[in-house]
Write a protein that binds this ligand. Structure first.
Ligand SMILES: Cc1cc2nc3c(=O)[nH]c(=O)nc-3n(C[C@H](O)[C@H](O)[C@H](O)COP(=O)(O)OP(=O)(O)OC[C@H]3O[C@@H](n4cnc5c(N)ncnc54)[C@H](O)[C@@H]3O)c2cc1C
Ligand code: SF4
Length: 552
């Protein structure tokens, strides 16, 4: 058997797609011609696009989903090697500026069938209900046009689809169904978090994770090797690549890998007509009745802005002027220290224990919003980079720090940053390998962001000390998880899409990824992105039944 390199040429061709569960294997896949008028073209196959492709295909629509990245079979393509696995990230050129420029690449977006979920850390959390109405109920940010009770049902659907492993009783928020799979056992790093929380008098629990704690079909349980954020080579991780995408194909969707969409086309009537995409060395055009953009919070506005034409000179779906604006990172600061005993924090998924105390407590805070913090397990290369870039160590001090690697314990937040129009994605003049203008990403923290970060570092330092750590230091400049840039709302003047992820300006153009978030909350976003995608598919089916879709 010869190895077909997924980075070299498309694998999903000739009526078949890679079988992610068998090295060298394929499964049959329905294939369309460019001239076919398909019901839905979806740009991006990650948390938003992959989920939507599955649910729309299961609802009976014809679907072609494009991804600029390769179609991996984790069992044969992933190595236990941090450098080799750089192939999972979107590392094309992007320009960053602002007072707090974002670090792009491995700490935010992926480029693969399955999107960023192929390398995500699997933490699967629900929003606090009040966050869907944070402006009205908590006095900051912007309200979502969604009701938390409806979202609670969609969260449960996604948790079942991914067989999330989690605690029997979740300590925060309204009652939720029991997680489908039992929680993973704590590693030593997680026990440090637990000890610190107990000393500080706050709650903690096992982190709900999208990795299997028991067998599921052809995927076997997590083996606790800890390579999760560089791609799980065992398929225990329940990424979109091994969950929604196989279901989508079985339901009749087509996936096109190594297919970069450069432009969404519109017709004389102002409706979307399809997408121009580059695959196998040439530009082609796929016709469609509806186009969904789901390329992540940077590539989604970039594509909409790059698709400007005479009728829409400021880019598609942009009559509000908000495409690209209100970009939100999440703060990702950490405290690190040394324990007397070995911790070997890299063993197992990186975040096995969590506290959401500061997401749900509204007293003793001098900031709006909240944060969760979790135990950590950085791999050695990442740890060496962190020691250099965030701790300033080099030479002998760096060698000494690396010798202490097995004793390191850390706590890291996922913190809410507030939406600001000045934090944005625009187009730079420079172009990429396809001749498309690259994004410029401008980011500055506001005073509230800074107060949240200070609060978290102070609290976590005390917790780590209370757990018995020494030589504690703070990593104060990290961010993660980009969202916003095409927010949903109930007013076309202050939002880009409505509650159904349908653009206000072009009724057959939809956006279905983290871009639609009006606020980010203090939890990792992928469960919410997938829940919104499931809801969007149901809403589209209901609209189709009522003959309210623009073009189906
Ligand atoms: C290291 C790391 C750890 C993370 N851990 C967690 C975690 O534990 N829990 C959590 O909830 N979240 C986590 N995240 C974040 C999470 O993975 C993302 O928020 C989520 O996947 C975003 O979903 P999305 O649909 O917006 O985009 P993505 O999942 O990134 O999917 C976008 C896809 O679109 C494709 N694309 C973009 N533009 C084009 C184009 N023009 N043409 C064709 N294809 C295109 C890209 O190749 C990509 O595959 C983590 C992220 C990182 C980087
Ligand atoms: S620790 Fe588990 S989820 Fe992470 S890479 Fe290993 S098997 Fe996969």
């Amino acid at each position: 058997m010869t190895y077909d390199d997924p980075l070299d040429s498309p694998r999903a061709t000739q009526g078949r797609a890679p079988d992610v569960f068998r090295p060298g294997g394929f499964v049959p896949m329905r294939q369309h011609r460019d001239s076919d008028l398909v019901d839905f073209v979806i740009v991006g196959t990650g948390a938003g696009g992959g989920t939507l492709a599955c649910r729309l295909a299961e609802h009976g629509f014809s679907v072609v989903a494009f991804d600029a990245g390769p179609y991996f079979r984790p069992l044969e393509d992933f190595a236990s090697d941090e450098s080799e696995q750089d192939k999972l990230y979107w590392t094309d050129d992007r320009i960053v500026d602002g007072a707090n420029p974002l670090q792009m690449g491995s700490n935010n977006s992926g480029k693969a069938v399955g999107g960023s979920t192929v390398h995500f850390a699997m933490v699967s959390l629900r929003f606090r209900p009040e966050w869907f109405k944070s402006r009205t109920l908590l006095g900051y940010g912007a309200d979502w046009p969604l009701d938390w009770r409806e979202m609670w049902d969609y969260y449960a659907e996604v948790e079942q689809a991914l067989k999330i492993s989690g605690p029997v009783t979740y300590p925060w928020g309204p009652k939720r169904p029991r997680y489908p799979y039992r929680a993973h056992p704590l590693n030593a790093a997680a026990r440090v978090l637990a000890k610190g929380c107990e000393a500080m008098g706050i709650g903690w629990t096992e982190t709900p994770l999208a990795t299997l704690s028991a067998p599921r079909g052809l995927a076997h349980p997590c083996v606790y090797r800890g390579f999760c954020v560089t791609g799980c080579s065992t398929n225990a991780k329940q990424s979109a690549l091994v969950t929604w995408i196989p279901r989508a194909i079985a339901a009749g969707a087509e996936i096109r890998d190594l297919a970069m969409v450069g432009r969404v086309e519109t017709g004389k009537d102002g409706l979307a007509t399809g997408v121009h995409y580059f695959r196998d060395g040439q530009w082609r055009f796929q016709r469609a009745r509806n186009v969904v953009v789901a390329g992540y919070a940077i590539e989604t506005p970039r594509l909409l802005l790059n698709s400007a034409n005479a009728m829409f000179p400021n880019g598609l779906a942009n009559s509000s002027g908000l495409v690209g604006k209100n970009l939100m990172a999440q703060s990702n600061q950490a405290v690190w220290g040394l324990m007397e005993d070995e911790v070997r924090s890299y063993k197992g998924p990186p975040s096995l224990a969590i506290t959401e105390h500061w997401n749900y407590a509204d007293r003793d805070k001098d900031f709006f919003g909240g944060y969760a913090y979790m135990s950590q397990g950085p791999l050695p290369q990442l740890w060496a980079n962190t020691q250099f870039s965030a701790h300033g160590l080099w030479g002998d001090p760096l060698v000494a720090a690396m010798k202490a690697y097995n004793h390191v314990a850390g706590l890291k937040i996922v913190g809410e940053m507030l939406p600001q129009e000045s934090n944005r994605v625009t187009l730079a003049d420079e172009v990429d390998q396809y001749g498309l203008r690259i994004p410029r990403i401008t980011y500055s923290w506001c005073d509230n962001d800074k107060r949240l970060i200070e609060h978290s570092l102070r609290f976590m330092s005390q917790a780590l000390q209370a757990a018995g750590a020494r030589d504690i230091w703070s990593q104060d400049d990290d961010t993660c998880h980009l969202n916003g840039t095409a927010r949903m709302g109930d007013d076309p003047r202050s939002s880009v899409v409505d509650a159904d992820c349908r653009s206000w300006d072009i009724p057959n153009l939809w956006i279905c990824d983290g871009s639609v978030f009006p606020t980010v909350g203090g939890v990792n976003p992928s469960l919410t992105i997938q829940a919104v995608a499931c809801r969007t598919a149901d809403r589209i089916r209901a609209m189709a039944r009522r003959k309210e879709l623009a073009a189906v």
